[in-house]
Design a protein around this ligand. Structure first.
Ligand SMILES: [Zn+2]
Ligand SMILES: [Zn+2]
Ligand SMILES: [Zn+2]
Length: 120
């Protein structure tokens, strides 16, 4: 339940995302310019838009001598597993960590403490 409006969800990550509407936090930043946004999907659209960053991609392989690029996390993950023999679990956590909201100060994931009613 959002403390600022009527929004309500059982999914705490949805609530964290929603809370950015009120806080104005924009934790995702473009690697090519100063553009920031609060939803990864918007950053993807921003980078893919050929008018803004022609030929640039959201994800790039950091392995030496490799210039694989993609706009989709799952493509980079598949590439790491297939071409660099990465462990699928390691590749998944690496890729998902690339665009983690860094300066997100909201802690909606904090456990909700249930106050038990005292009975005697
Ligand atoms: Zn709200
Ligand atoms: Zn940009
Ligand atoms: Zn590669």
């Amino acid at each position: 339940m959002c403390p600022h409006c009527q929004f309500s969800t059982r999914n705490s990550s949805h609530l964290t995302r929603h809370l950015r509407v009120h806080s104005g936090a924009k934790p995702y930043s473009c690697p090519y310019c100063s553009y920031t946004c609060n939803i990864l999907e918007n950053l993807r659209k921003h980078v893919i838009s050929s008018k803004i960053h022609p030929g640039e991609f959201l994800y790039g392989c950091k392995m030496e001598g490799c210039n694989f690029k993609s706009n989709y996390a799952k493509d980079l993950k598949a590439h790491l597993v297939k071409c660099h023999k990465e462990d699928p679990t390691d590749a998944a956590s690496y890729v998902s960590g690339l665009y983690q909201p860094a300066q997100d100060t909201i802690t909606a994931d904090a456990p909700i403490i249930q106050v038990k009613s005292r009975r005697r």
